[in-house]
Ligand binder design. Structure first.
Ligand SMILES: C[S@@+](CC[C@H](N)C(=O)[O-])C[C@H]1O[C@@H](n2cnc3c(N)ncnc32)[C@H](O)[C@@H]1O
Length: 188
């Protein structure tokens, strides 16, 4: 076996790395949290790219600043990702969402299906041709289960001539394994 994945996020990042080059591109982290995924995106876009991050919790953004400092090519917004459309971006190559609540944080501050799909819709309009949205979703709690249903039915509605949408999961993992959703803007 060439690669073994111990998490959905590890698989997702591998998929993105293998299929895309984000060097010099614009990327968005829709759920910054403690900044692990933001850090990965910063690495992927390199010093000539730019990463924009959103989170509603000031604690999350502070933790991310502590982790990453203040690189010039990182802009963090304390705002809901459902407000993406109110910001100015160049065409975006990658949008990443790691949904749910902060591990070891306040579980009541979780992403919600209705606002998540508003954000995905806005992100899909900002996406450059050949760009990608990756969404990690967690059906193991009530809000997350409902959110997966919202995301799934939203993604199923995109015109297949313009977008390709797929989902992946670990079939034999116990306790409601995470779902990975991907929306790719076709090079037609
Ligand atoms: C699973 S955590 C993200 C983990 C993070 N990507 C990391 O690398 O540590 C989910 C995050 O989504 C944030 N969140 C919840 N609702 C949000 C919203 N409407 N817009 C943006 N972020 C939101 C939470 O505050 C939480 O930090």
């Amino acid at each position: 076996m060439k690669h073994e994945f111990n998490s959905a996020m590890a698989f997702s990042k591998f998929y993105l790395q293998q299929n895309y080059s984000f060097e010099g591109e614009v990327a968005i982290d829709g759920t910054v949290g403690n900044g692990h995924d933001t850090e990965w995106l910063l690495h992927a876009v390199g010093t000539t790219g730019h990463v924009y991050g959103f989170d509603i919790q000031s604690d999350a953004l502070e933790a991310t600043r502590t982790r990453l400092g203040r690189p010039e090519n990182l802009t963090l917004h304390q705002d809901g990702h459902e407000n993406l459309m109110h910001y100015d971006f160049d065409k975006v190559a990658c949008v990443l969402y790691n949904l749910g609540y902060l591990p070891r944080g306040d579980k009541s501050i979780s992403t919600q299906g209705t606002t998540t799909i508003q954000s995905i819709q806005a992100a899909s309009e900002l996406l450059k041709v050949g760009g990608v949205i990756m969404i990690l979703a967690y059906p193991g709690h009530d809000v997350g289960k409902e959110e997966c249903e919202w995301v799934e039915s939203h993604l199923a509605d995109y015109d297949q001539r313009k977008f390709q949408a797929w989902k992946f999961t670990f079939l034999n993992q116990k306790n409601n394994p995470p779902l990975m959703y991907c929306l790719e803007k076709r090079r037609t």
